[in-house]
Design a protein around this ligand. Structure first.
Ligand SMILES: *[C@@H]1O[C@H](CO)[C@@H](O)[C@H](O)[C@H]1NC(C)=O
Length: 253
């Protein structure tokens, strides 16, 4: 049972930790259907644990070592685990529709890009762990715009902490992991320093499209200390920001 005392303690902790903290996706809207995200400060304490479409994350902190499996879905590599644990359920979304991701409080110092990938599950997504296979393709990214506004702070705040992207309209139906991340650059003047906040959402894409990408990246693998945009002096560099990772696949729109 979830006792009131525990609930209170968690609430206090949650509020306290948001002072200097970072964030995660607390709500997902697929088309017009809203799903609660995986809530790391309350979900684990329920019995039974609520079923979410998001893979478990340990908390609101970052992954800083780009070589770890943790960079994939914010799962754990500690103890020799293979990375993220699949979530028990998945959401449903039509190709071409908008996905809205509601982020918790995010500090203004944590400027950086927001990037979204997908990977097609070869079989049941509630059992699939991609490991270090190259299966990911980028479907959206935003960094610093021409007027100097950053995706993860200025643009996110202007949208009530809602980040949106579109499922490629011609993407072939099937089960996919959506890997979404915010990358904070406040300490990224050298590597290590960058902070990555990834999470993975399980969906069934519907539609009559037939398009699939032909080139893929892996996590870990896609980013290293020498990938453009992983090291960037956010305080001094007033120039353009190179968003890490491959070009966006638009699916032959
Ligand atoms: C984001 O999610 C929180 C928690 O469920 C909710 O209170 C808030 O209204 C949501 N924001 C928007 C803009 O829907």
């Amino acid at each position: 049972m979830f006792t009131n005392a525990l609930a209170l303690a968690l609430t206090v902790f949650g509020v306290a930790s948001s002072v200097n903290a970072h964030g995660y996706v607390q709500e997902i809207t697929l088309g017009s259907t809203k799903y609660t995200g995986y809530l790391p400060y309350s979900d684990p304490y329920y019995n039974p644990v609520p079923q979410r479409i998001v893979r478990k994350i340990p908390g609101n902190g970052p992954v800083e070592d780009l070589s770890l499996i943790d960079i994939q879905c914010n799962g754990w590599s500690a103890g020799g685990a293979a990375g993220s644990a699949p979530a028990p359920i998945f959401g449903t979304v039509a190709a071409g529709s908008t996905v809205k991701l509601n982020w918790t409080t995010w500090p203004d110092s944590h400027k950086g890009p927001m990037i979204t990938y997908m990977a097609r599950a070869p079989s049941d997504i509630t059992n699939w762990n991609p490991g270090s296979s190259a299966v990911w393709f980028k479907v959206a990214h935003a960094g610093k715009d021409a007027s100097g506004k950053w995706a993860s702070t200025d643009i996110l705040y202007a949208n009530n902490h809602i980040y949106s992207f579109t499922i490629p309209p011609k993407l072939k139906a099937g089960q996919y992991i959506i890997r979404h991340e915010s990358i904070a650059l406040h300490a990224a003047y050298s590597y290590p320093g960058v902070q990555v906040y990834p999470s993975c959402i399980q969906v069934q894409v519907t539609g009559s499209g037939t398009a699939l990408p032909t080139s893929f990246v892996s996590f870990p693998g896609a980013y290293t200390g020498s990938t453009p945009g992983i090291v960037f002096d956010v305080y001094q560099n007033t120039g353009a920001y190179p968003i890490p990772g491959p070009a966006v696949w638009t699916g032959g729109n």
